[in-house]
Design a protein around this ligand. Structure first.
Ligand SMILES: Cc1ncc(COP(=O)(O)O)c(C=O)c1O
Length: 267
């Protein structure tokens, strides 16, 4: 990009499913080129990377308080930075770029992106239970892994050694002849909501014209994960009984797949 005279304005690193990206490597590479890093920590609130809270490594960090997040204000989010001027500018743009004049003066396009005081109050109250929520999500992950992790061809997302993931969603890859769509469909038949892993952005029709750089030599890792991975129900209010129901359906499905694979191999 530098050779072509087109360095990006910013790099947005996204911490998926609660796991922090390798921020040291990303930040030092971007620093070398003078490109600011924005850390999308929407899914990783409460995650720790090398002893420090996720979302505090880039020039800006963003958090989401959408309904499905680890704490929620029903909608909205939070921008963090120690760049005071940057935060002030964001506040200005999020408040319709309204200039200090009694007659509503605008020289720039702004947005109506404020979080109301009421929702902020709900968010602050929930910060008190953040550690509990992280513990709950981690316990959900461990329970799934203990019940299903030994099955051939099932691999739960490993945890980065220098971090503690909030395990926002329990994710796993399947290498047992089952594809994510059939697995999600089978769970849906039991009234259990699961999803494939997120579709890689460069495969979204909207971004078809955009540049995409794949991992050198190994093909696209995210496309490979998308073909093999699923997210399991992981809400903090999931009861053990509900989780057992998910485990029973999956154990049955995985065992059937294993038997099929085994019989195919001896034919
Ligand atoms: C990684 C990531 N970034 C951004 C968002 C968007 O956040 P919001 O829904 O608060 O706009 C989400 C989820 O909603 C997300 O998971």
């Amino acid at each position: 990009a530098k050779r072509n005279g087109k360095l990006p304005k910013a790099v947005i690193a996204v911490n998926l499913y609660g796991q922090s990206a390798k921020m040291d490597e990303i930040v030092s590479l971007c620093d070398a080129y003078g490109v600011p890093v924005i850390e999308d920590a929407a899914e990783s609130l409460g995650t720790v990377y090398k002893g420090k809270q996720s979302g505090t490594f880039g020039r800006f960090g963003i958090f989401s308080f959408n309904g499905n997040k680890i704490i929620t204000t029903s909608g909205g989010g939070m921008l963090v930075s120690d760049d005071e001027a940057g935060i002030e500018k964001a506040r200005f743009l999020a408040s319709q770029a309204r200039e200090p004049a009694v007659h509503y003066q605008h020289s720039e396009i702004g947005h109506n992106y404020r979080l109301s005081n009421i929702l902020a109050g709900v968010g602050i109250a929930q910060l008190e239970v953040l550690d509990e929520r992280v513990e709950k999500r981690r316990a959900i992950f461990t329970r799934y892994k203990n019940a299903l992790g030994h099955i051939d061809g099932v691999r739960f997302m490993p945890e980065y050694a220098a971090g503690v993931s909030n395990r926002w969603l329990t994710t796993l890859t399947l290498d047992n002849g089952l594809n994510p769509y059939d697995t999600v469909q089978r769970l849906a038949e039991e009234n259990i909501e699961a999803r494939p892993l997120w579709k890689p952005l460069h495969t979204q029709p909207l971004f078809a014209p955009s540049l995409f750089y794949s991992h050198e030599g190994n093909g696209s890792i995210c496309e490979d994960l998308f073909k093999r991975g699923i997210c399991l129900p992981s809400g903090s209010n999931l009861t053990e009984e509900e989780q057992d129901r998910v485990i029973d359906v999956l154990a049955h499905l995985f065992q059937t797949a294993e038997v099929k694979k085994w019989t195919a191999s001896i034919r």
